[in-house]
Ligand binder design. Structure first.
Ligand code: ATP
Ligand code: MG
Length: 315
């Protein structure tokens, strides 16, 4: 993990796994909100604390590769131990880089041990249930990493910004009161506490992109033919609600960021840097589980040795 521009690729290569994890944790802390009570979005920038230019590309590349490799080592132990699971929730405005981040950060991880779920507008079947239902079904099993590309947090974001959606949710009308957002935030907070108490660690990433950078990326999607497919005319409409979204994000983070299930507000105007920050947050969460390979009881070990003997005697 990079700390400042004075770091060099060769220096990074020399780090032991332990040093790398230590650095990743320090790096992640910069963007970790922790207890959200006093959270203000304006205190978090969309640009990295470090001033990274094109000349820093090799350094950034090396840092991400190292992060992914540490992640892969920790994931193997998570899988072998088969007790904890990690849920990483990613929320962001359009074009903030969710898809690319998931692709790059998970690139070195054993696909058997992780699962990505993308949540779009709910289907008729999903609307026939409470809002946590579809997410609950997609939770990672023990020993696995689950990534939610959008999540139940949309219920206090897009649904809050466009109240018409709320009225189409088939809720009993007397439950739709002024307090509904407060209630949903409280339900989410309690749900994540419940998950944590059952061995699913939840971390939440807000890819914090600026309105100017979103504009630049939208124009790029229009100008570059191979990016046209990513452009959705509806995204422009959402952009017009920017301030309203930011207010909703701020309150959401204030009410649902806790020590155990923190939000990370990751500067996302630089995509590579954001990916390193996500890897770092995941490394921090996994390291805090104090993972260890399961060890065998002496009798079981003795049995293994017997079996080895049988194999060696085979003709
Ligand atoms: P991309 O980067 O490919 O655009 P995306 O996550 O924006 O990825 P889309 O298919 O464009 O994917 O958008 C999914 C849409 O579904 C978003 O606009 C999101 O707000 C909406 N959505 C997700 N959950 C809900 C929900 N519970 N209620 C209403 N809309 C939702
Ligand atoms: Mg979209």
């Amino acid at each position: 993990m990079i700390h400042n521009q004075e770091d060099s690729v060769s220096e990074l290569k020399k780090l032991s796994d332990e040093e790398l994890i230590g650095r990743a944790k320090k790096f992640a802390k910069k963007y970790c909100v922790g207890e959200g009570k006093n959270f203000k979005l304006k205190n978090f920038s969309t640009i990295p604390k470090m001033n990274l230019g094109p000349e820093d590309k090799p350094l950034v590349k090396e840092a991400l590769e190292q992060g992914v490799s540490a992640l892969s080592t920790l994931q193997e132990i998570l899988y072998a131990q088969d007790k904890w699971s990690l849920l990483v929730i990613i929320q962001a405005m359009d074009a903030a880089g969710k898809d690319g981040a998931i692709k790059h950060v998970m690139s070195g991880v054993n696909p058997q041990g992780c699962h990505v779920t993308s949540f779009k507008a709910p289907s008729a079947e999903e609307l026939d249930h409470d809002f946590l239902w579809r997410c609950n079904r997609a939770l990672p099993e023990r020993g696995r990493i689950g990534i939610f590309n959008r999540s139940y947090y949309e219920e206090v974001l897009v649904v809050r910004v466009h109240e018409a959606i709320l009225h189409n949710q088939k809720l009993p009308p007397q439950l739709i009161t002024k307090k509904i957002w407060e209630e949903r935030l409280e339900d989410i907070r309690n749900y994540e506490k419940y998950l944590d108490r059952n061995g699913t660690k939840v971390i939440k990433i807000f890819l914090h992109v600026s309105k100017e950078e979103q504009k630049r990326r939208f124009i790029e999607r229009i100008d570059q033919q191979d990016k046209n497919w990513k452009f959705n005319s509806g995204d422009i409409k959402e952009r017009n609600h920017w301030d309203n979204y930011m207010r909703s994000y701020e309150e959401m983070i204030r009410k649902t960021s806790t020590k155990k299930s923190p939000w990370y507000v990751v500067p996302a105007d630089n995509k590579s840097y954001a990916r390193i920050a996500i890897a770092a947050a995941m490394i921090k969460a996994l390291d805090e589980m104090n993972l260890a390979y399961p060890t065998l009881a002496p009798e079981e070990m003795a049995k293994l040795m017997e079996m080895k003997e049988v194999l060696l005697q085979e003709k």
